[in-house]
Design a protein around this ligand. Structure first.
Ligand code: UT7
Length: 331
């Protein structure tokens, strides 16, 4: 019989590129204003990858920090999962490239395409492997360089995205450890897949001169349709894990949601009836880094001593697919 273990977050790390693009920079590039961006989204600036940086470069920097924080060696990692939709190449996976960069081989490494829910999907998968005893230290990363597939002539999308990576080591908890994953839920509603899509570059619409001329390799998004679905789907994902564990929202110390829009974060907080001081927000500095928002916010809050050992944390996200998910844990 396979023994059942518990999974926990053993270490975290983050990396954002040096270059900062402010709302005022964007004012010079497209018909927008700092005022519109701040009031409609909560964003002030975002970090942008350099021409030579690819997703695995950002992921590598974040991974090194998480490995150090977890007090393990590279060789202790026995699985890599990258949540990303802007990997180095359409194939192979960014996780395999990262595995090579870390000097590792001979264990599973793969990407998860779940848009901004990519890290939560990855953590959900890692939990199963750790709990079944099939993995001990899973490196789960959310990494994105969406600015390389952003159309900087489209004000509806180009003000929203930033680049970054957040890394976590999800490990087997010691029997007496109070830190552990409590529950996680992931879901998808493919009927809305066309609201957020990169139209060209896949088998539906292979890359051609025409697709490049028409900017079809960039992010297409129907933002205001997603807005309402985002609040509803994250609320459902949170409600499911809370109810399944007979937990009241009052027992949650911290809520970290996907950082796509401050108004979405606030509306979800209100719907969940959680104290606004318990809601972690860093959207003003990083904007929407897609799959990286949650692990970046988690790492930042832990390193700033905001979230502490033993705290109950609820994480929730939604993204292209449309995917959604939540993770309830004791840090
Ligand atoms: O992480 C992936 C999932 N994606 C999301 O979570 C995005 C969710 N959606 C949103 O965050 C919001 O819908 C947006 C921030 C994308 C847009 O905000 P909104 O309040 O829903 O604006 P809207 O799209 O309804 O547009 C309102 C107006 C329009 O002008 P008119 O038609 O009223 O004259 C837009 O053209 O705002 C205009 N607008 C802008 N104006 C200045 C749209 N983008 C901009 C801009 N600067 N950057």
């Amino acid at each position: 019989m396979i023994e059942k273990y518990f999974a926990k977050i053993k270490g975290t790390g983050r990396y954002v590129p040096e270059k900062i693009l402010t709302n005022f920079d964007l004012e010079k590039m497209v018909d927008t204003s700092d005022e519109w961006i701040r009031t409609r989204t909560g964003m002030s600036e975002r970090h942008i990858a350099s021409e030579s940086q690819a997703a695995s470069d950002l992921a590598y920097e974040a991974a090194l920090k998480a490995i150090e924080d977890a007090n393990i060696k590279n060789k202790d990692i026995d699985m890599i999962i990258c949540g990303t939709i802007s990997g180095d190449h359409p194939f192979p996976s960014t996780a395999c490239i990262l595995q090579k960069k870390l000097g590792l081989k001979n264990f599973p490494a793969f990407d998860v395409s779940a848009g901004c829910t990519g890290w939560i999907y990855g953590a959900n998968i890692a939990k199963q492997y750790v709990e079944n005893g099939l993995a001990k230290n899973v490196l789960v990363i959310g990494v994105e360089i969406l600015t390389k597939i952003t159309n900087y002539q489209d004000r509806n999308t180009c003000v929203l995205f930033g680049d970054g990576a957040g890394a976590t080591i999800i490990s087997r908890a010691e029997p007496k450890d109070i830190s552990r994953f409590i529950d996680t839920e992931i879901s998808a509603d493919g009927s809305h897949y066309d609201l957020l899509v990169q139209h060209a570059g896949g088998s539906r619409m292979p890359a051609s001169q025409k697709t490049v001329e028409k900017n079809l390799h960039t992010v297409y998004m129907e933002g205001n349709k997603i807005f309402k679905l985002a609040i509803r789907s994250m609320y459902n994902a949170c409600d499911i894990v809370l109810k399944r564990n007979n937990m009241d929202v009052k027992s949650i110390d911290w809520l970290i949601t996907h950082q796509a829009n401050l108004r979405i974060i606030q509306a979800l907080g209100k719907k969940l009836k959680i104290d606004e001081n318990k809601v972690i927000v860093n959207i003003e500095k990083y904007a929407n880094t897609s799959a990286a928002t949650i692990p970046i916010a988690l790492d930042e809050a832990i390193r700033n001593n905001v979230i502490r050992h033993g705290d109950i944390v609820l994480l929730a996200s939604f993204g292209a697919g449309l995917t959604s998910g939540s993770l309830l844990l004791r840090l």
